[in-house]
Write a protein that binds this ligand. Structure first.
Ligand code: ZN
Length: 350
């Protein structure tokens, strides 16, 4: 009896993996179709409309073995260069033979902004390309691009990471956002992903839209569709610091180890700084801004973080911190018009 049962167990254990059909023998995003073990380059075509069209570049790395589909996207703001260069680097850094699962890499969503060096918006319709999701196939170019990204990238992935950084006018310290959706299982999953990514300052976002039809942000478009996802930011105000690029590349590799897409153990952040609230200081008039603190400064409530003069160097006002916290970013440039963000102060969770 005993002998027989051992034989049965061996036979059951001997079903070759190759006999199981591969549900994803190929993987397609836009014009790129990759077979297992391939890296393929292509484009997500923004549908034409009254204000034109363009191609969003995409690389699909379809791993030799099956596994999750991870999308890593950058360049919704086309002058946040460290995040763009990080995704460019990942295209070569990840070898299809080493990968279990599929990596969808979109380095520059906002090509018009990248080409024309326009911060914050798509210069064609003057819209931020991270505020109009899930998009509208009948809208302006940002709406149509958002719509096709929702269909080609969000709907096809299991997880999405949206990379940003300090734009041309933002002197930013690196951080991730962890979105609390209220779905406990998904939130635990995304929290583990954020920790595996490795940036040690994490902003808790509990106030993002819950309606998938009005998701606004790219990460939120994935999160409201049940896909554990997050946003990470590194880099600042123009020139590229390779340390910022490395933080985003290494974070992505750590995340892929956490998701078992790459071999090896992830090294999650041991003691993150949780930021529970962001207080934005906006300019109430035009002028010349002079910062007196650097990014990452820890400030007390009421502490001076800069001052504003008029165009003839006469003092107009001091800028002070409305609450105690960390300077997540401070305005990097003297130009200041009404409504511009002067600084974001992160209030640390105690
Ligand atoms: Zn951005």
């Amino acid at each position: 009896m005993r002998k027989t049962s051992i034989v049965v167990a061996l036979v059951l254990g001997a079903v070759p993996v190759s006999a199981q059909p591969d549900a994803r023998a190929t993987f397609t995003v836009g014009t790129a179709t990759a077979s297992r073990g391939q890296r393929v380059y292509g484009a997500i075509k923004v549908p034409p409309g009254t204000d034109g069209t363009y191609d969003i570049p995409v690389a699909v790395i379809h791993g030799a073995k099956p596994g999750p589909v991870l999308a890593i996207v950058a360049g919704s703001h086309g002058s946040e260069y460290a995040s763009i260069l990080a995704v460019e680097a990942l295209i070569d850094a990840v070898k299809p033979a080493d990968l279990s699962g599929t990596l969808v890499l979109v380095p520059i969503v906002n090509v018009p902004s990248f080409e024309r060096i326009t911060p914050h918006v798509n210069p064609i319709d003057n819209k931020s390309m991270n505020r109009f999701y899930p998009g509208d196939p009948n809208g302006t170019i940002t709406d149509r691009a958002s719509s096709v990204i929702t269909r080609e990238v969000v709907d096809k992935c299991d997880h999405l990471v949206d990379l940003h950084g300090g734009d041309l006018d933002e002197n930013l310290r690196p951080y991730s956002y962890w979105t609390v959706t209220g779905n406990q299982k998904q939130d635990e999953e995304s929290k583990a992903m954020v920790l595996a990514f490795g940036l040690d300052h994490i902003i808790i976002s509990a106030d993002r839209p819950k309606d998938p039809k009005a998701s606004r942000f790219l990460e939120n478009t994935a999160s409201t569709r049940g896909k554990a996802s997050f946003t990470a930011e590194a880099g600042r105000s123009g020139p590229v610091d390779q340390k910022d690029v490395a933080a985003l590349v290494n974070g992505s590799m750590g995340l892929m180890r956490h998701l078992k897409m790459l071999a090896g153990a992830a090294a999650p952040v041991a003691r993150p700084v949780w930021v529970e609230k962001i207080v934005t200081i906006a300019a109430d008039r035009e002028g010349v801004f002079h910062p007196t603190v650097d990014r990452d400064a820890h400030v007390a409530k009421g502490a001076k973080i800069g001052f504003v003069t008029d165009y003839l160097n006469r003092p107009l006002q001091d800028v002070t911190a409305p609450e105690a916290g960390i300077i997540m970013f401070v305005r990097a440039l003297p130009s200041l018009k009404k409504g511009d963000t002067i600084a974001n102060v992160g209030v640390v969770k105690r």
